[in-house]
Write a new protein. Structure first.
Lengths: 309, 299
């Protein structure tokens, strides 16, 4: 009996508190509405991945086909090639664009002249502030037949003007080198902030013990950078199957046959109107990415003790 | 100070050399584009433009402006950036401020509500269907409403507000200020640095975005500058391919006869779409950077 009354009193107290906080809820309302409509409302649409979706019959009227669409993804070569291409691009990024900012941050950290350091940093941020489309435009101009690239080749004795953008074998290298160029400078910020936070006494103590420069780096600097790197790596793993749509789509031209998951979703879904197939690919990618993040996080926690949750 | 060893000196020398090369690689391509944008189109086509124009002209920009679509696209671009910045600041600051209240009833549930979409979403196609069903395609609202809440930015703002002294909002509360008044009159004026960060990030993202236009807009009147650039570039890729294919067949197409956008005009367009940001970022970079470092703090 008394428990019931207590419960009632507690509930009343909570309600009263909520009433007192009504202004706070009002302030939260815009974000709640926006996230609900633009993030949650599309979620049920995922079921069309398991349907033979027709826009006229809608989500309720379309025929269910189970996992047929998912099976199709793995049996049709255009899709398996796109998945394979995406993986190749991601692996290259992981090997080149991921470690590059770490190394660059270490090198920038060695610059003694403050003004020169600032100048190098500012210059290295420039590509970050150019939109992907502008970068692609620049590449077209510079690697075009009348561009700087050919001028330099001619200067060094070549006799013909070539168009490397129209060569299939160069495409993937353009993708990864542009990713590197655009992101490497900006990527150093988070590492440099970490480096600035290392207690200088550690270095002094190591110096007293006779540590060489490389030893200090190996035993003090790198262990301090590790947690940040691990977190960045976990986030990176989540997008192994999510290629950079803007870059790939922008760089594609009639001479290139190179699709990744994101470009094929756009082309299958929005350009060709095959909504079911496109969402099936998107859905499979989402699930795999989620699993990858969870697994990487688990492994990282086991090995280094730091993770994102 | 200990005398630096020989190997260290060698390292520092090569490090400086490397940094100079790095600066050249980062900046030279853009300087080359600037030079071409101000260089005569026919002269550019001969190649050999470095970072200085050879035959100075403003004709490339005149060519761009002669197309009525461009000024219109510029207006759309500026308008969406302004709307995006204003709405984003308002929505994210309100949410961040609310979440600084540790005693908010249902706080963790609400946080969860905002966190789920960060890890799981419907994807492009369901979004497209939703917009199409609700008649939002080609609607200007799509440029700034869907993205106005971001969990990452909200957490950055909350971290910042949490670092402010508690006494000020409390004093305002005692004076009878409402939560809205506290947010607008106390919190926001104190949060100018982080406001600048979020505003600048949003502005750059909004200005550079072109996929929204490509996915959800077919109405030419709603095109942004970035998307006009996309069209120019895609068009010129197609024409280049046509010319090369014709050449393979042994035919010759005179480039002058088809409406090919010259490299010089292309460069001018790239300059127009990037210069507003490139001109300001060196002076505002501390604000851009602030968010990156604050964001590294976990809660």
């Amino acid at each position: 009996m008394s428990q019931k009354i207590e419960k009632k009193a507690a509930a009343k107290k909570t309600l009263l508190k909520m009433y007192k906080q009504r202004h706070l809820y009002a302030l939260l309302l815009p974000s709640l509405l926006v996230v609900f409509f633009f993030n949650y409302c599309p979620m049920p649409g995922i079921v069309m991945a398991f349907q033979d979706f027709s826009i006229f019959r809608g989500l309720w009227g379309s025929e269910w086909v189970g996992l047929d669409n998912v099976r199709k993804i793995f049996s049709q070569s255009e899709f398996t090639t796109a998945i394979w291409n995406t993986l190749k691009v991601s692996m290259l990024d992981l090997l080149i664009s991921f470690p590059a900012p770490i190394i660059l941050a270490l090198l920038i950290n060695e610059i003694k002249n403050v003004k020169f350091k600032k100048f190098v940093q500012t210059a290295s941020y420039l590509p970050h502030f150019l939109s992907w489309m502008a970068v692609i435009g620049m590449v077209q101009v510079i690697f075009g037949s009348q561009g700087l690239f050919n001028d330099i080749r001619l200067f060094f004795g070549a006799t013909d003007r070539i168009t490397p953008l129209a060569e299939q074998k160069n495409f993937i290298w353009f993708l990864s080198l542009l990713t590197l160029w655009k992101g490497v400078g900006w990527g150093t910020i988070v590492h440099l902030a970490g480096l600035a936070g290392i207690n200088p006494e550690l270095y002094e103590a190591a110096e007293v013990d006779g540590a060489k420069h490389l030893q200090k780096m190996w035993y003090i600097t790198l262990p301090h950078m590790l947690p940040t790197c691990v977190i960045l790596l976990i986030f990176r793993m989540g997008s192994v199957f999510g290629s950079n749509f803007q870059l790939v789509y922008g760089l594609q031209n009639p001479f290139i046959d190179f699709e990744t998951i994101s470009t094929i979703v756009y082309k299958t879904g929005i350009q060709n109107g095959n909504y079911s197939m496109a969402s099936a690919i998107g859905f499979t990618e989402g699930i795999v990415s989620l699993i990858l993040v969870v697994v990487t996080n688990w492994v990282a926690k086991k090995i280094t003790g730091s993770g994102i949750w | 100070m200990r005398k630096e060893s020989f190997s260290r000196k060698v390292f520092l020398f090569f490090n400086t050399l490397f940094m100079i090369c790095l600066v050249v690689i980062m900046v030279a391509p853009y300087l080359n584009i600037i030079a071409k944008a101000f260089n005569d189109g026919k002269d550019t086509a001969m190649g050999g433009i470095t970072i200085f124009p050879r035959v100075f002209t403003l004709d490339n920009f005149k060519t761009l402006l002669s197309d009525k679509a461009l000024p219109r696209a510029a207006v759309v671009s500026v308008a969406r950036v302004i709307c995006d910045v204003v709405l984003t600041l308002f929505v994210q600051f309100s949410a961040a401020y609310v979440f600084t209240h540790k005693d908010l009833v249902g706080r963790s549930g609400l946080l969860m509500f905002f966190m789920i979409p960060a890890y799981f979403g419907g994807g492009l196609i369901p979004r497209y269907i939703l917009y199409s069903n609700t008649g939002l395609l080609n609607n200007f609202l799509l440029y700034f409403v869907p993205g106005c809440f971001s969990l990452y930015n909200m957490i950055i703002i909350r971290t910042f507000i949490n670092s402010l002294p508690d006494s000020l909002p409390e004093a305002a509360k005692l004076d009878g200020a409402s939560e809205m008044q506290i947010l607008m009159k106390v919190i926001m004026p104190l949060s100018k640095p982080i406001m600048a960060t979020i505003a600048l990030w949003t502005a750059v993202g909004s200005w550079s975005d072109w996929t929204t236009t490509m996915y959800f807009f077919t109405d030419k009147k709603m095109y942004t500058l970035q998307y006009v650039l996309v069209q120019i570039l895609k068009e010129s890729q197609k024409i280049q391919a046509m010319i090369s294919e014709a050449a393979l067949r042994g035919e010759f197409i005179d480039e002058a006869n088809i409406a090919v956008t010259s490299e010089a005009v292309k460069s001018a367009m790239i300059l127009v779409t990037t210069l507003p940001i490139v001109m300001v970022y060196p002076f505002l970079q501390k604000y851009f950077i602030k968010g990156v470092t604050v964001g590294a703090v976990k809660d």
